[in-house]
Write a protein that binds this ligand. Structure first.
Ligand SMILES: Nc1ncnc2c1ncn2[C@@H]1O[C@H](COP(=O)(O)OP(=O)(O)OP(=O)(O)O)[C@@H](O)[C@H]1O
Ligand SMILES: [Mg+2]
Length: 504
């Protein structure tokens, strides 16, 4: 491919400050102890108010001399890392099934981080990670749409239906070839396809977005491994992460692919960004489109924090509150306080994530729910039952963190409130089912042992567990037991005694 063909010609629309340049300016202004208005800057620099606004907004380019003049007013010199070129909008884009992101709140810090990595540092591979519904797709799309002029080629593809690597690359290459009006001759071998993609990645500034990469990762057995049939994706990540080029692959995933773990580092051009929830004030904005809600500031904060600021969960909850509680936040909080409100859509989402866990990971989740408060590895080790689980505990925790299902603060691990509720619900159901099925078995089997393994006793012994939570875990089980084991009075009595003992 000729390097000076018309399609390669880069026309620039001026320059904008990078996040690094912007931070330097902020720092300089802070150190001067004065906040300058646009008019004051105009008087100092002779720049027009419009140019000053553009420089500050950092969306539209200005000419380099103006930017130099602006930073000089703050006693700074413009260095290469402080600015970046804005390219002419002559690029080619294929947005596939990318969602509409016209309504998008917050995420300023995450956007600045992506700008820094992808635009300023030219990172080759960036992973956006986080639990289902936290906003990975929305953020990746918003970034690509806002900075589309930075790239000559943009291709957005969902991996939702787990295409094989051959299918995916064939499809992406065809799209690029069409955009470039080249003959759509896609190489047949995987290696040929990878090499062709790398050729475009070297030649042009491309942004390839692959959404929902967790679908190609195997369930169970530790998070992040590509499924055997999708191992070609490992090669894709490696080639893009390791080989020199001017493009970027932006991946979103609920689980962190192991290949990315192996490639990333400060010195390397591979990074990952873990997304947390929205801030309460921004989470609240999600409710605005859905009608009238009543609640105090404190109630709003409690509600949004309960759902970990997860925008998907908040949207579901907003709909639920409208339908069931006439928009009253206080009423919903009452239910939440009893630990009994998991909306169906959120349950579905968590069901899907939970079903991908290995047995040890599921056990750890149960224990984190039972403990209710953050716990250390040491404490968890005392909780989990089998020797194998004990041995696999660090690995399981690591895996759960990579799946964005648990949280770590210092040395302690915990679950977000809504996940905790969900897991508690599962625990109750599971124990009840096991009691029923053990009744059905003819061999002598002690439900007491079963309950011990499920920590019923520990749960009831914790004084700080709310009464409602105790009821939620203990009462249904006892009731179930009484029904199921009605004829075995001795057994029921023993269970009650055990619970009593633990309480004192
Ligand atoms: N910053 C935001 N402002 C407004 N709405 C948002 C924001 N982030 C996400 N949303 C909305 O929340 C919902 C979930 O977001 P999104 O689909 O991006 O989550 P996700 O992390 O990609 O989830 P999954 O893992 O299921 O793919 C979407 O309806 C999206 O439009
Ligand atoms: Mg998504």
């Amino acid at each position: 491919m000729s390097s000076n063909s018309p399609s390669q010609h880069k026309r620039y629309r001026g320059v904008i400050l990078t996040p690094v340049g912007w931070r330097k300016l902020e720092q300089a202004e802070k150190e001067s102890g004065q906040h300058f208005t646009k008019e004051q800057i105009r008087d100092r620099t002779g720049l027009s108010i419009q140019t000053i606004s553009r420089i500050r907004k950092r969306k539209v380019g200005v000419d380099q001399d103006s930017l130099e003049c602006y930073v000089k007013a703050f006693g700074l010199e413009l260095t290469d890392e402080d600015y970046t070129h804005v390219r002419q909008e002559n690029q080619r884009q294929d947005w596939g099934d990318a969602p509409n992101v016209s309504v998008f709140y917050d995420r300023c810090e995450e956007m600045a981080q992506l700008q820094q990595w992808i635009l300023a540092e030219n990172c080759r591979l960036v992973a956006l990670l986080g639990m289902g519904g936290i906003g990975k797709t929305a953020l990746a799309t918003k970034f690509a749409r806002d900075f589309k002029t930075e790239f000559e080629i943009i291709v957005w593809r969902s991996l939702q239906n787990a295409p094989t690597i051959e299918e995916l690359l064939g499809n992406v290459l065809q799209s690029i070839m069409q955009m470039l009006q080249e003959d759509p001759v896609v190489p047949t071998s995987l290696n040929g396809k990878l090499s062709k993609l790398m050729e475009y990645f070297r030649d042009k500034r491309c942004l390839l977005i692959l959404d929902n990469a967790e679908t190609i990762l195997s369930a169970g057995g530790g998070a992040g491994n590509c499924m055997a049939k999708h191992e070609g994706y490992s090669q894709l990540f490696k080639r893009i992460g390791e080989v020199s080029h001017q493009s970027c692959l932006l991946v979103t995933s609920r689980e962190k692919p192991k290949d990315i773990v192996a490639l990333e580092g400060e010195e390397k051009k591979v990074r990952s960004l873990q997304l947390g929830g929205l801030k309460p004030e921004d989470g609240r904005k999600l409710f605005q489109d859905r009608g009238q809600f009543t609640g105090t500031d404190a109630e709003w904060i409690r509600l949004i924090e309960h759902y970990g600021g997860n925008p998907f969960a908040l949207k579901m909850v907003a709909a639920g509150i409208q339908q069931l509680f006439d928009g009253s936040i206080a009423e919903v909080l009452e239910y939440i306080g009893q630990g009994v409100l998991v909306f169906n859509d959120i349950r579905d989402l968590l069901d899907r994530q939970f079903s991908r866990l290995s047995p040890v990971e599921q056990e750890v989740m149960l224990w984190l729910a039972i403990n209710r408060e953050p716990v250390s590895v040491k404490e968890l080790k005392q909780d989990v039952v089998s020797v194998t689980s004990k041995q696999q505990l660090p690995q399981a925790l690591y895996s759960l963190l990579r799946r964005s299902l648990i949280e770590k603060a210092g040395k302690q691990f915990s679950l977000q409130p809504v996940v905790k509720e969900y897991v508690t619900e599962r625990l109750v159901k599971q124990v009840c089912q096991e009691i029923v099925s053990c009744r059905e078995r003819t061999e002598s089997y002690s439900p007491i042992a079963l309950l011990q393994t499920h920590a019923l006793i520990k749960a009831s012994a914790k004084d700080y567990i709310q009464e409602t939570q105790k009821r939620l875990i203990v009462q249904p089980l006892l009731e179930q037991l009484l029904i199921e084991l009605g004829s075995q009075q001795k057994l029921v009595q023993r269970l009650k005694d055990l619970l009593e003992q633990q309480r004192h």
